[in-house]
Design a binder for this molecule. Structure first.
Ligand SMILES: Nc1ncnc2c1ncn2[C@@H]1O[C@H](COP(=O)(O)OP(=O)(O)O)[C@@H](O)[C@H]1O
Ligand SMILES: [Mg+2]
Length: 337
């Protein structure tokens, strides 16, 4: 049925990844939020977007640069954010006969007016008929199948690439929301710094992220995993291999994790007492790509004393929730920013 309807789409424009849902089809684009540009004289030309552009990070010739247009949840390059949005929308709609779509974009709650306008303009310039902006926590809560319409405190925490966004939702509305600029990218950076400090070896960003994905853990484990990591020895200047354990990563991440806990506590402090009581009982849902860091749920549970469950598909919950809003215009109109 949906195939004959309008080709409405929902987009999660994240710091690390951009996902696009087409109504009736599910997720059709899931790519890194990276744009590669070639600079010739004063002009710049987009040469790659997404996976292809990410491959180029750290490996590009001088005149080509791979850029993240969104940093820590804030658009830092409007032209390239538009290029990214345009490319994703075009890829999602493919060669469909052109019917103007409704577009839902899920965005960080602290979005500035100028960013809001930029996203709306970009979506319209690619043919959107209507553009709805929806906060990430509410999209993630819907995507995690939380009962947001009930008169009950629903708490969701999305730990993404550049930010952690927390929301308390009740009766279909956001009651309290908070965010802090800490996420997976900061975890990677902390690992790089730890290795430099402890081994006097410099590793690249990709290597520290790979190490996190291989042996990363938020808490000390009974049987720590080991990874071999190669970087440049800062004394001799030549490559050197070192061994990193999951306990090393856990140690490296403590400061970042503490920041997440503080943001959680601040959110709870602002919550009306009834909703806080609900949350004490029901706990919260953890999502975002960094929810996949082993032990993060346990870490947050230990530090806050609250029950916590990981969303079923944490990396994609916000996109799935935004997609679900395409089928529910009443809720969409109510929650749109
Ligand atoms: N298995 C995993 N363990 C730890 N971190 C992960 C894992 N998978 C993805 N991540 C991290 O999740 C982050 C991206 O999360 P995502 O929700 O896609 O970000 P955003 O919504 O901010 O674009 C990255 O920092 C990535 O390294
Ligand atoms: Mg995300």
């Amino acid at each position: 049925m949906a195939a004959f309807g309008s080709p409405d789409i929902a987009i999660d424009l994240g710091t690390s990844n951009t996902l696009v849902v087409v109504r009736g089809k599910g997720i059709v684009v899931d790519e890194p939020s990276v744009v590669a540009v070639e600079r010739l004289g004063g002009a710049q030309r987009v040469v790659a977007v997404g996976h292809n552009a990410k491959q180029m990070i750290g490996r590009t010739p001088e005149n080509i640069e791979a850029i993240h247009p969104i940093k820590d949840g804030v658009i830092v390059d409007f032209d390239l954010a538009e290029a990214l949005l345009r490319s994703c929308i075009e890829r999602a709609l493919g060669a469909r006969p052109f019917v103007k779509p409704r577009v839902v974009v899920c965005v960080p709650n602290r979005l500035q007016d100028v960013e809001r306008r930029a996203i709306q303009d970009a979506a319209r310039s690619v043919g959107a008929k209507e553009v709805f902006l929806v906060g990430k926590p509410i999209a993630a809560a819907i995507g995690s199948a939380m009962p947001i319409e009930r008169p009950l405190g629903n708490m969701v925490i999305d730990v993404g690439g550049g930010t952690t966004e927390i929301g308390i939702i009740s009766l279909g509305g956001v009651v309290v929301t908070r965010s802090t600029q800490v996420g997976g990218n900061h975890f990677d950076h902390a690992i790089t710094e730890w290795i430099k400090r402890t081994h006097n070896v410099l590793v690249g960003r990709r290597t520290s992220e790979d190490t996190k994905l291989k042996v990363g853990c938020a808490v000390v484990s009974h049987e720590p995993k080991q990874a071999h990591v190669t970087g440049r020895d800062l004394a001799s200047g030549i490559p050197r291999e070192i061994q990193i354990s999951s306990d090393d990563v856990s140690e490296a991440l403590q400061e970042c994790l503490q920041q997440v806990v503080e943001c959680l506590r601040d959110t709870l402090k602002e919550s009306p007492p009834e909703l806080a009581a609900d949350i004490t009982e029901q706990g919260m849902v953890l999502c975002g790509g960094s929810a996949l860091l082993p032990g993060l749920d346990r870490y947050l549970r230990d530090r806050t004393g609250l029950p916590i469950v990981i969303s079923e598909d944490p990396r994609r919950s916000a996109a799935l929730g935004a997609g679900r809003l395409l089928d529910d215009q009443a809720t969409l109109s109510r929650v749109a920013l």
